[in-house]
Design a protein around this ligand. Sequence first.
Ligand code: ATP
Length: 443
Amino acid sequence: MSEQVNSDLMSKVVALCKRRGIIFQSSEIYGGINGFWDYGPNGAPLRRNIEQLWWRHMVEMRDNVVGIESTIICHPRVWHASGHVEQFCDMMIDCMECKRRYRSDQLENPNQCPDCGSKKMTEPREFNLMMKTYVGPVFDEEHAAYLRAESCQPIFVNFNTVRNTSRQKIPFGIAQTGKAFRNEINPRFFTFRSREFTQMEMEFFCREEESMEWYEYWRGERWKFYTRELGIAEDKLRWKPHENLAHYAKAAVDIEYLFPFGWGEIEGIHHRGTYDMMRHAEYSGQEQDCKVFDQETRESYYPTVVETSCGLDRICLMMLCDAYHEDLAETRKEGMDEDERVVMRFPANVAPVQVAILPLSKKLSEPAGKLRELLSLCFRTDFDDAGSIGRRYRRQDEVGTPFCVTYDFDSQDDGCVTVRDRDSMEQERIAVNELTVWLLDKL
Ligand code: ATP
């Protein structure tokens, strides 16, 4: 995290998310639970649209990547092989007085509690970030299992089954999106560091000799995803090479976004060597399932893995921060011509609602409802007949709806509606029977 902090923008985004049912605390009526967040009626579609866009970009548009959907709980040995059970730890110090727990590398003085000032502090102790549960009726170590800490391990474990059944040959990739769980010590920055979150990962299996070429290729593809598909400006993104490479890795880099609280990682692109496949061969004893056979040399070898790994919730947060704008809009409020408006400038491909249908009067709800039905065949729509038209525009602006279609008393006679553009706020009269084509063109 860096110096440039805009906590004002962050609190505005958090407040908007709550006000408009985008994201709010999980189990709020019980006071919430730290590090867990729910997505509401405007957040769930945003999240889903981004996930679908990723799936389309990474799986559906390619013939050398296939998708899977694995379980959250795997055989516990998977997490021993991956190193998570032994190494996925932070060093923690507890205050014996106020019982607060701190990451030792984040304490200025490890001998004094920054909250209560007590000097009764424990020695640094390892704290594992894996979430544990029990499978079956007996709650003992033999039945212990873990919620996955990353979604990629099941990909490695399923490698050969997927390769055989999809008739893929090296080089090819396996992708999946799904929940991951980490008992983060300090969940913070809204959803940025959560304890339950969704990852979108792709593991690309190739020959060692070609691996750096593929690494460069995937770096390029992932950059394009953010700048072209999601429309993020290049100066809000940066590459951050890893300072300490894992011993088996040839290269690793993060893509960071300039959040209101500073630069933060949204994705990692990692060269993982043959490490994962060798570890699973060793721990499972099924070497043949972790190797591929080379027809030319008549030998089996471990494929090298290049990974792209991003967090859906962090991308959603990036989109929310990036979309948030305040400007001035015409108002009918007494004594004012213009009033401040909040507008979310989401790209149309991820906006929760693409077209809102607003009958000018409740008396027009029936024909306007029919228009909504028609437009729903092609677009994500919303229907709102409550309150003044100005207020309805404001509501749609706050959830980032690119177009509002007003159905008025003239519409029944002239067969036209007024379409208002979210960003320019310009209004245009369009014939209903040309509306779908007009909107398809714009969206
Ligand atoms: P960080 O250093 O921020 O903890 P990481 O390097 O541990 O992240 P990875 O293990 O590489 O993260 O996970 C890949 C992606 O998963 C990250 O780029 C991020 O988008 C997402 N991610 C990881 N941890 C969290 C979390 N606690 N909450 C939300 N998203 C997360």
